[in-house]
Write a protein that binds this ligand. Structure first.
Ligand code: 5GP
Length: 138
């Protein structure tokens, strides 16, 4: 059982921001900035790619409200919403979660963004694989 599953059951305490039948949001114990909040589905699932549409929709429904609340509490001037999906992407707790991280002055997410350039010759293959994948899931 993951740490976040134990937070859902109440076995481990948290500072609750929001709670409904499908979603729990609570303050991150090691915040990058004031009001850094974690938003998690109650469905037990390690990876976003395996999350049900219903659980995903439930999270999407409340995310804007959580962002507003975190920005109100922090006085942030921007906000990063981030899901580290998979160990290779930096995920440490293997239960799906979205970070809501207000940017408050110097505090917040420091990102290293190294953009490439979309290769026009590769677009058709990328879209082909993605469309097939989405057709399978949908
Ligand atoms: P990840 O690296 O998996 O995307 O993020 C996991 C997050 O969970 C980290 O930001 C970390 O600070 C937070 N975290 C780890 N353990 C606890 C805990 O016991 N309580 C709370 N509220 N947050 C935790």
């Amino acid at each position: 059982m993951t740490l976040f599953a134990k937070i859902i059951t109440g076995e481990i305490p948290c500072h609750r921001v929001y709670d409904d039948a499908h979603v729990l949001a609570f303050l991150d114990i090691n915040p990058l900035s004031r009001a850094h909040t974690l938003v998690i589905p109650k469905e037990r699932c390690a990876s976003l790619r395996d999350l049900s549409d219903d659980a995903g929709a439930a999270i999407g429904r409340v995310l804007p409200r959580i962002v507003r609340a975190a920005m109100a509490a922090s006085g942030g001037t921007g906000c990063n919403v981030l899901c580290n999906d998979g160990a290779d992407a930096g995920q440490e707790v293997m239960h799906v979660h979205f970070h809501v991280i207000p940017r408050v002055g110097d505090h917040g997410l420091r990102r290293t963004w190294r953009p490439g350039r979309l290769d026009p010759e590769d677009v058709a293959e990328i879209l082909d694989v993605m469309h097939q994948s989405m057709a399978r899931i949908g």
